[in-house]
Design a protein around this ligand. Structure first.
Ligand code: ADP
Ligand code: MG
Length: 246
């Protein structure tokens, strides 16, 4: 097993609040791993530290053996950590393909691209990524008119444009109908398998988590209380207490 992400004793304290407190875990190559836990458990705080948006109060994060603790988001992104961005503002006025092309330009030039750019640049590569997420037939539509589920799959294609080794997805299915949610998670699982990348995600829908995640971690009040297979987590007494109230 190759460890891609190693997190050791990671903590984030906001004043007296221990939002994340001494969290330790690994993510392996080719692993689809879920981080679950009640609202306010510290999941997003954890993700924000992994992506460089928040500096940890303590602890260490390493990627492929290299210490990335406290590095800015751009450095972490350059090292192959992807995340699903929400498409907003000017990007809404661009087509589906143009959004992916822009992400490809950013990846190949190692800078965040801005408009304008040559219309054909990375067009074929963009179409190939759209094919993977089932959006090739919508390549020339404006993002503004996309259905919500389609927009989410486009965000996944944009994240893949950076050819990530690790993809971080904080509530990727938020606001989606159950059928679309299942489709996005199945797609994510297929991508993990086909490209041998690692994905760490959070998700509220337990059916989706238990159906697709290879391993599940449970965070409660900033502390990791379980890390194992679906069966192990389901049978964990502490997890049952948190989810069923005893
Ligand atoms: P989750 O994503 O699991 O719902 P969060 O990581 O968003 O949980 O929040 C964990 C705790 O940290 C919550 O009590 C939240 O109110 C608090 N928190 C999150 N961000 C900040 C911040 N920037 N300043 C102060 N408290 C914060
Ligand atoms: Mg959250």
């Amino acid at each position: 097993m190759t460890v891609v992400l190693k997190v050791e004793n990671l903590s984030k304290h906001f004043g007296g609040l221990r939002a994340v407190n001494g969290v330790t875990f690994d993510v392996a190559r080719g692993e689809l791993k879920a981080l679950i836990g009640p609202n306010g458990a510290g999941k997003s705080t954890c993700f924000n530290m992994l992506m460089g948006q928040l500096k940890p109060s303590a602890g260490r994060v390493s990627l492929n053996g290299e210490d990335i603790t406290g590095k800015p988001p751009r450095d972490i992104w350059r090292r192959g950590v992807g995340r699903t961005f929400q498409i907003t503002g000017t990007y809404q006025s661009m087509t589906v393909a143009e959004n992916v092309q822009m992400a490809l330009i950013s990846h190949h030039r190692k800078i965040f691209a801005i408009r304008p750019f040559a219309h054909k640049l990375y067009r074929d590569e963009a179409l190939a990524l759209l094919e993977i997420v089932g959006m090739a037939d919508q390549a020339d539509r404006a993002c503004a008119i996309l259905a919500y589920g389609d927009l989410k799959r486009l965000e996944l294609a944009i994240a893949l444009a950076n050819n990530p080794t690790l993809l971080l997805m904080d509530e990727p299915t938020a606001g989606m109908a159950p059928k679309e949610r299942e489709r996005l998670m199945q797609l994510t699982a297929d991508i993990v398998r086909d490209r041998n990348i690692s994905v760490l995600f959070t998700e509220h829908d337990m059916d989706v988590v238990f159906a697709h995640a290879h391993h599940i971690m449970v965070l409660n009040r900033g502390e990791l209380i379980a890390d194992g297979t679906a069966a192990e987590v389901r049978n964990n007494a502490q997890v049952q207490e948190v989810y069923l109230g005893g």
